[in-house]
Design a protein around this ligand. Sequence first.
Ligand SMILES: C/C=C/C(=O)SCCNC(=O)CCNC(=O)[C@H](O)C(C)(C)COP(=O)(O)OP(=O)(O)OC[C@H]1O[C@@H](n2cnc3c(N)ncnc32)[C@H](O)[C@@H]1OP(=O)(O)O
Length: 811
Amino acid sequence: MLLHTAIKSLALRQCSGAATRQRASTMLARGVALRLLDAPRAVVPNNNNAFSTAAAAMEAPAAAPVPKASTEASGGGVKESPFVPTPERKYRFFRNVEITPAGVAVVRFDNPDKKVNTLSFALMREAQSMWETEVHANPAVRSVVFTSAKESGFIAGADIFDISSVEDKSTLVPVIEEALQFFLRMKSKNVPMVAAINGPALGGGLEWALWCDYRICTDSSSTKLGLPEVKLGLLPGFGGTQNLPALVGIQGSMDMMLTGKDIRPAKAKKMGLVDLVVAPQSLESVAISTAEGLANGTVQKSKPKKKSLMNRFIEDTPPGQYMMWDKVKKMVDKNTGGNYPAPYAIVDCVQYGLAHQSGLDKFKHEREEFAKLAATKESEALIGIFDGMNQMKKHSSGAEPIKVKKVAVMGAGLMGAGIAQVSAEKGYEVLLKDRDDVSLGRGITLMNDNWEKKYSRGRMTKYQYNLNTSRVTPLSDQTESWKRHFESADLVIEAVFESLELKRKIIQQVESVTPDHCVFATNTSAIPIADIAAPGDEVKRPENIVGMHYFSPVPSMPLLEIIPHGGTSEEALATAFAVGNKQGKTCVVVKDVPGFYVNRCLGPVLVETSALVKEGVPLEKLDEAMKKFGMPVGPITLIDEVGVDVASKVASFLSNADLGKRMGGGDISLMSKMVEKGWLGKKSKQGFFTYTGKKGKTIGPEVNSYLREFTGGRVSNMSETNIQDRIASRLVNEAAKCLEDGIIDNPVDGDIGLVFGIGFAPFKGGPFRYMDAVGVTSYVDRMNRFADELGDQFEPCQLLKDYAASGKRFH
Ligand SMILES: C/C=C/C(=O)SCCNC(=O)CCNC(=O)[C@H](O)C(C)(C)COP(=O)(O)OP(=O)(O)OC[C@H]1O[C@@H](n2cnc3c(N)ncnc32)[C@H](O)[C@@H]1OP(=O)(O)O
């Protein structure tokens, strides 16, 4: 949940509504809701067409430079790629350009080397050549359709790996300028251009479409439009910060650019981002006839949406704009904690564009800001996360997964219902089973409520809703036929109460009815998988048993820990991995040790938190310090959110496990005594904070008196940096120890695991990237100082000492 909040980023909600000036300011005050990683929307001229502004300013360059050869990024700048067009091998990316008899040039993107189309340096170069030869020089061409020959989508954006592989990021400025010249050159042909979009059109892909005169997208569930650059610490650099506000208004575009969120077809149409939504089968034919119509005047470009009085006030008047930008900036400050430079640069580019509406200066400013962002450590860290996620998708256990059609979920509580939901959404037939109809009904309601919400927010069609619900078969012990249903299950995932005895009993029940190939996954967070799978009367097929540790709430948490025990077969492991991936989770394979990886790292954090409280550090200060470090919430709020009882259990469980001195130095009775008092955290309205008051969470007199007793009246004035260093070093040391002990395979898994599992500051890229950035040597020095002062719980693990001694880096 925490991570979810962290990763969701700054979401700026649109102000809409009434017409008075006063009301406008109230709406601005409460309507702009910004969450963590994303950013806002731009003031645009009333003429609503930045393209025409750009087009007016754009004189066709005498002739676009015809490339010598494709280029690719490498080393310090952009280097030549080995591909040289010849008459036989004219194009790699545009093999399917076609001119219809009515003069519509149909340009189909198709990167032969990649699953998805990206705007690589090489593609841009070839696009110039293709445009000049096939389109610009051909007088028969009266309009153009840009589409994709790939089923995977339109264009996924600029090639992220091209960008990251350029060492000297300032060399990106002329490269982007060349791209801009290309777009202007296209406009100068002065024929209508239509973008026909099926599947994702993201980042530079959407920006290409924004240079067109008309956009059509399909209603496919895979179609999504967005400018997610902010999530990579970047900004839309192909004119997006200028062209999008002109098309959809300042507020709508800031929402898209600051949040990086996907816009689905219906919403895209409503907000004016696309002109038409069609079925996938008719996309190309409709696009071609639209292009013909635009050329011969039978189809008109869509008129800009009329702004409401309120939006005219907000976006087009100086006082409205003043209030809007003030609010936007405050929200960005609040939600980024000043840790993410990209949202600020996006705001700056949009404002710059408004002040320089004519001329190309605004695009120059945009690309210069883009290059600056690309050089930041924040962008490097966020791109590292993207790269890491991709690498983790490719984990191979060396065996083929079994083909899973039917997934049975045992236990219809919050976890079980969540697992059933994500399984059904991805097309699995799902059996959801609980003891009795009442418990089962609760689970089904949870799932259906989530789908209802998605449907009512336009994130799911009625058809998908019906499909999902029809995929789930509810079963209970009271359903006589449940055994017959389980006879065809390929994977059973249990999410029942944490009891070894119960889990083994369930295995026994299930093994007696499921086929031999059926994999059994246990969603335990604490019980060793080896204990659950120990051969005996209840367990006959231990090789089929594997741990799948989901995080709550399952539908929105992106991480899944997969835990083989010593006897898990490669096939069962591969199956858990394949299903987890298909459920949309980033899967990290971890060793079967107490706490696995994520909770194990959290253990020392909980202990250190108790130590700091004992020393008299005020609770709010603790939270504030760690939020400034970049965590989505501080440790005190974290404990309240997950439940004081749960945190207490984890801390005492790990204290009794094999972590030794690494769980020392604190006093975790801080939490167990609270549990005795019934202070269970947010769920009981009383934890460290009290949640009953109208003013949000507060610290009540009872808690203050409890803390006085716990601290012996001590009050500490510790600096924020000290608090951050103490908590962070316990966390990253444990992560490094996990690497040393082979609990995780590599630093990438370790980074993604903590970023996605507990919301470790995404802009720092995870614990290992963070240590690289600080320098392992200075980190070890810091820990040694703490160890001298506070005790050997701070002693750096051997791996860190070795890295420090050899000057090695994790990445
Ligand atoms: C000035 C402009 C700047 C920009 O445009 S910055 C880039 C902005 N774009 C993005 O951030 C989009 C990133 N990509 C995605 O979100 C997803 O991908 C998609 C939704 C497009 C597709 O998702 P799915 O179907 O699950 O495929 P998959 O496994 O994520 O990706 C398939 C392969 O495509 C590569 N890839 C995707 N987008 C990019 C990209 N923008 N640059 C470089 N590679 C990309 C991946 O790495 C992977 O590669 P492999 O098959 O080797 O694992």
